[in-house]
Design a protein around this ligand. Sequence first.
Ligand code: ZN
Length: 307
Amino acid sequence: MPVENAIITHGHADHARAGHQNVLATQNTIDIMKIRYGHKCANSFQPLEYHKPLKVKDITITFYPAGHILGSAQILIENTHNRLLITGDYKTSSDSSCQSFELVECDQLITEATFGLPVFQHPKPENEIKKIITAFERSEKKTYIIGAYALGKSQRVIKLLRDIGYNDTIFLHGSQVKICDYYASQGIDLGKLEPVSHKKNKDFEGKIVIAPPSALKDKWSRRFSEPVICYASGWMSIKQRAKQSLVEIPLIISDHCDWNELTATIKKCKTKTVWVTHGREDALVYWCRKQDIDAKPLYMQGREEEQ
Ligand SMILES: [Zn+2]
């Protein structure tokens, strides 16, 4: 719903919408919104750097990195007697494609809980990405198509590949190009990338192609003669999901906290109150109460699954 003053945590579609009057966000988030929704997607934009307090009447707003995607921010809203922290989407594990998460102490925490069940324990992403390299060694001629959301996940997958020494050109579905270019312009070195466009089948033999998950099943993916379908998502830890989507190589790579990261963050930020949103609220609320932390679920409108 469009509002007069919106503070936007990051550029994913379930958090950043077009049509607000005034938007306060990091410069990265503003840039991403303009790329995705056009330059006039809000009436006015005010960028705010991390760690720079902004006074608005009797409250102060400060952004801290959320470690989710480039430009993602946690929002601290404080006055003389309360520090309220809104995490937005976040993860505390390392990710060289965006600014690292910073722990902020607060009195009241609004946390996401996309993977808020003890069963969710994300494996190391470096080990997940190595599955692709191992598969390459077995069959060099195939085309490895990795399904990954265009904003954040694609760039993280590419960066993970580069960080383990994969230097070959990576091909991109057309919808991935603009955001990858933007990340590169911000100093995130993604190596050599090329759009798939009208190249021939043979050009993709033994190559990696990054595409949005929706393209894995449609006509687009049929152009490749021997495709191996891979999918990078935290949800790949649920084997049934990988099977249903006919994924041959599931990569459990998430840009959200797993259960241990969520509970560790709640403990370390020393909050007295937790409101849980965006996911599996009940388990985390129960866990908080067992630690004598006041907690309740906060149900949001218009929420979408992991992005
Ligand atoms: Zn997100």
